[in-house]
Design a protein around this ligand. Sequence first.
Ligand code: ADP
Length: 397
Amino acid sequence: MQKIMAINAGSSSLKFQIFTMPGEEVLVKGLIERIGLPDAIFNMSFQNEKIKETRAINNHGEAVEILLEQLKAHQVINDLNEITGVGHRVAHGGEAFVASCIVTDEVVKGIEDVTSLAPLHNPANIIGIKTFRELLPNAVSVAVFDTAFHQTIPEENFLYALPYELYEKHHIRKYGFHGTSHKYVAQKAAEVLEKPLEKLKIISCHLGNGASVCAIEAGKSVNTSMGFTPNAGLMMGTRSGTIDATIIPYLVDELGYSLDEVMHMMSSESGVLGVSGISSDFRDIEIAAEQGDSRALLTLRMFTGQICNYIGAYASAMNGCDALLFTAGVGENSPLIRKMVTEQLSYLGVTCNVTKNNAGDMIISDDNEAVKVCIIPTNEELMIARDVEKYAKQTIS
Ligand code: ADP
């Protein structure tokens, strides 16, 4: 039995889970929030215990030290050498990383080289990797890239219609994100539907704070809605999604915004929050829409309409769709969003059974329909742990 840790380090947070493998049981999970502030919060839950402590945590290095101390103090782990592998979610792997890999000094350098493509996320990921390599030198470190699954997207789908040299010299192209999640739910759907993944045309909708749609043919990503950055594609909690790029110089030159202000607006003040003027959280939007708020209703129509546009485009590109998947916070928990999306897709043979949808069943399409509509809870951490287990085995054998 191996104990494997999955780490998801954000700019001011660090999520962790330890799995016992191969049983895939969760031994402990937690979240360290507000890193860098005097009132950072350490949350951890294991067996029936829950721990929450507010304390100063200055940086990610300190966060990892505290995490390891707490694991020992609460006897979740008696000897840190029991942790045989650590998997790190890495936001951007550029074109260099087409799959997960064992972290070496060259890999760290490779991740550093593409930092300008993910300036908020990659630095936090690198600090997480370095700290764990230092504090747990005997554990195998594995990097799992959000972009890797999308490296199978063909050139005609990943290129922007800009001068070709921008791609050749500066790697400006669509990369796509949420890859670990799209891959996991596609594999899980094949299991649930008892069909080989190689035979399925899948459209996966990862709808959380960040949201993306992915076309998956024979288990491979062939297109996705996010692009060069995770700001592209669908409108999201606070992100605008794709807009006419020329709006940006218009805001700067004609309306006097600075470029920084526009970027902040597009990533933190737009999307669901910007259009509704209420909240970035769909629970608040649904309540307001029910009470008749017209902007909340408009937000729901825009969001679901955009999802349908991608689904229609991808179904047409793949010449069909066998399974439509909903995952992440909104996809897994909102019967209303699933209903609004599926209602617009009857022309594709998509159905949504009211009882199954409201109950949150795994398959919510009507019985015997050709297009299976599924709710598949995502589990990026488990996917990371599986990759670590796979690569750790290779180093041992
Ligand atoms: P992240 O992208 O941060 O990982 P999640 O996948 O956890 O996000 O999704 C978080 C979002 O899920 C929340 O902002 C909220 O809008 C939405 N959500 C959670 N539960 C529900 C619900 N019952 N109904 C509608 N939306 C929900």
